[in-house]
Design a protein around this ligand. Structure first.
Ligand code: FES
Ligand code: FES
Length: 144
């Protein structure tokens, strides 16, 4: 008997297989540790490798890095570019999604807030530039 296994797929699998080829979301650990696969689900950052399709509903709004802005004009994306944050770049879409979600719920985070909220791993060690870019984006957002 054939079974529908699509409900057991992770959200990441669905994003990766999407016909519009959204390639920004990355796969790292597969066990919700690294954050490379981060997306927004209803404006909260979530690790898409570890959330099953069965765990979201049709009304849930899932946004990947491609959906953050149509022209890379989101304040976080602009700050990332201005401060040249990425090194190899692999973790960075996840970092940006985590930062955008943080700023949405906390417009002026402290260094401690950033360190506590952004647990994404960067093997290139760009953490100081990430933190600086979050502050830059926060200042930009607060002026607009
Ligand atoms: S790939 Fe999802 S958290 Fe690492
Ligand atoms: S920039 Fe290389 S892993 Fe973060």
């Amino acid at each position: 008997m054939l079974q529908d296994t699509s409900q057991a797929l992770s959200i990441f699998s669905v994003v990766a297989l999407h016909p519009r080829k959204a390639t920004g979301t990355k796969y790292g650990c597969g066990i919700a540790q690294c954050g490379a696969c981060s997306v927004h689900i209803n404006d909260e950052v979530q690790r898409s490798c570890s959330i099953r399709v069965a765990d979201v509903s049709p009304s849930d709004r899932i946004v990947t890095i491609e959906g953050l802005s149509s022209d890379r004009s989101h304040p976080v994306q602009k700050a990332w570019a201005a401060l040249d944050v990425p090194q190899c770049g692999y973790c960075q879409s996840g970092q940006i999604m985590a930062a955008a979600a943080l700023l949405k719920r906390m417009p002026k985070p402290t260094d401690k807030d950033i360190d506590e909220a952004m647990t994404n791993i960067c093997r290139c060690g760009t953490y100081q530039r990430i933190r600086a870019a979050v502050h830059m984006a926060a200042n930009t957002t607060s002026r607009t």
